[in-house]
Design a protein around this ligand. Structure first.
Ligand SMILES: [Zn+2]
Ligand SMILES: [Zn+2]
Length: 233
């Protein structure tokens, strides 16, 4: 989401300098550039203008990151991600499966194609219209892909529903109105919790503090678990 004028990765100021070769932070491609940030992050033109799913695919193919929260922040900082919208549904399985792959856990090679196919079936607004936020349902997509579950499988069918119901319960506790950032965070943290509890898969994640409240008309402010402890608004 384009909420800052500086670097898309770290928000620091950009430096305009002599033409130099840099690797794009997102896709790794080398190009000549005269602009990058104070910490050296350079974003190529293709990544800069990519739409959300094209960008997400590039990001997960190249990142070596294993902390899903750092990954989420890096992806949601991209201008193609809006404050709210169905592009958020893909984030839960795409990011958690990539973190697991980077941790050396075996994940099917075509997981991104599966995420793309299954998450495109979720319309926007399922939170308020179905009583099931697609962020939670997409936590189920992650576990289904991980365990190669199908509607006919006995193994993992129950666990899959445990994962989605636990995630939905977290979203129920907080209540509405919807915030796609909040629900994705709740879904990711709950998925990390379920993966450890049910499958003994441990994923280290940092603590998320929201910086989107200024862009969300319906923000719950202090009633949101990710609201900063001391926020100067
Ligand atoms: Zn930077
Ligand atoms: Zn790039």
């Amino acid at each position: 989401m384009n909420k800052q004028t500086g670097c898309l990765v770290c928000a620091k100021d950009l430096v305009y300098t002599k033409l130099t070769e840099k690797n794009c932070y997102y896709c790794g491609k080398v190009s000549k550039t005269e602009v990058y940030c104070k910490d050296g992050h350079y974003i190529c033109d293709n990544c800069h203008k990519a739409d959300s799913l094209e960008f997400l695919e590039t990001y997960i193919r190249n990142t070596k990151q294993t902390d899903p929260i750092i990954m989420l922040e890096e992806v949601m900082n991209h201008p193609s991600f809006k404050m709210h919208g169905p592009e958020h549904h893909y984030l839960v399985p795409a990011i958690v499966l990539t973190a697991m792959k980077n941790l050396g856990i075996e994940i099917v090679d075509n997981y991104w194609q599966l995420v793309l196919a299954r998450c495109s079936d979720f319309p926007g607004g399922t939170c308020g219209y179905w009583g099931a936020c697609a962020g939670s349902l997409s936590a189920g997509v992650a576990v289904s892909i991980l365990k190669e579950c199908t509607p006919l499988k006995k193994d993992f069918y129950g666990e899959l529903h445990q994962v989605t119901s636990s995630s939905l319960a977290k979203i129920a506790q907080i209540g509405g109105p919807r915030c796609c950032k909040r629900n994705i965070m709740l879904s990711i943290y709950d998925l990390i919790y379920s993966l450890e509890k049910i499958f003994d898969i441990k994923i280290k994640s940092s603590v998320y503090t929201c910086s989107y409240m200024k862009y969300n008309k319906e923000c719950l402010y202090k009633d949101c678990p990710y609201f900063p402890k001391k926020e100067a608004i």
